[in-house]
Design a protein around this ligand. Sequence first.
Ligand SMILES: NC(=O)c1ccc[n+]([C@@H]2O[C@H](COP(=O)([O-])OP(=O)(O)OC[C@H]3O[C@@H](n4cnc5c(N)ncnc54)[C@H](O)[C@@H]3O)[C@@H](O)[C@H]2O)c1
Length: 253
Amino acid sequence: MARFDSRYAAVTGAASGNGRAIAEKLLEQGAKLAALDLNTKALDEVFGDNPNVLRIECDVADEDSTRNAMAEVAQEFGRLDVLVNNAGIVKFGTFDELSREEWDQVFAVNSTGPFLVSREAAPLLRAGNVKHTRAIVNITSVEAHIVISSSGHPQIHYNASKGALLQLTRALAVDLASSNIRVNAVAPGYIRTPFTAEALKDEEVQKFLLDRTPLGRIGEPEDVANGVAFLASDEASWVTGSTLFVDGGWTVY
Ligand SMILES: NC(=O)c1ccc[n+]([C@@H]2O[C@H](COP(=O)([O-])OP(=O)(O)OC[C@H]3O[C@@H](n4cnc5c(N)ncnc54)[C@H](O)[C@@H]3O)[C@@H](O)[C@H]2O)c1
């Protein structure tokens, strides 16, 4: 029996990078999956012919869009066992030049998005008569805990938005515990995805990252997916409000 047999999961930002790897890991381990993303073309390309995947166009920053997405999940699945709030964006810029508009944009996707999706998903995470614990896993970042500014690209709004998501994780862990819904975070370090592709082309950045990472390699999306699968599974049934660092040791070095 696979870990997520007969379980229903939803992953935001499922069409690329970490989200795609998380979605594929949950599917591989038996889940039926709602793949949510803004980019429907990419969703079709990645999951087009998979009968276990419900592809849903969703902008996590838009309240109506999250409501409609979860209504579709309710209609097709009837309940949810796992929600992964993965969709996120990064913008670079110095503090002096940071516009209010860009600050709001980053917060809307990285912090407000997980709040909206979790709120719409909560009734589904409580629905049905099941014995196992349900789980929300939020993808934060080491940048919620420390400030790297590694590649010469300050990202104050990204740091702040991921810090908010970290505290949302802890607050929801307390709030949803009585419903037997666990809420945890995975904090990735530098992972090789389209998100970081540009920065990783720079050899100096690569060298800086490798020198600074005790395990001596750049992370892969599957590293993040493995952490998520653990926190979403029954093996983590007494784990809530915590953060699993998937960073090759970056934050302890
Ligand atoms: N790549 C890294 O090094 C790294 C490190 C730490 C944390 N993270 C986090 O991992 C998550 C995924 O990052 P990634 O590197 O896979 O990025 P990515 O750009 O490869 O993928 C992000 C996906 O999210 C989707 N998306 C963006 N905005 C959305 C919205 N408003 N609504 C719905 N979907 C939306 C995109 O279409 C895309 O498919 C993010 O939350 C990011 O902050 C990444």
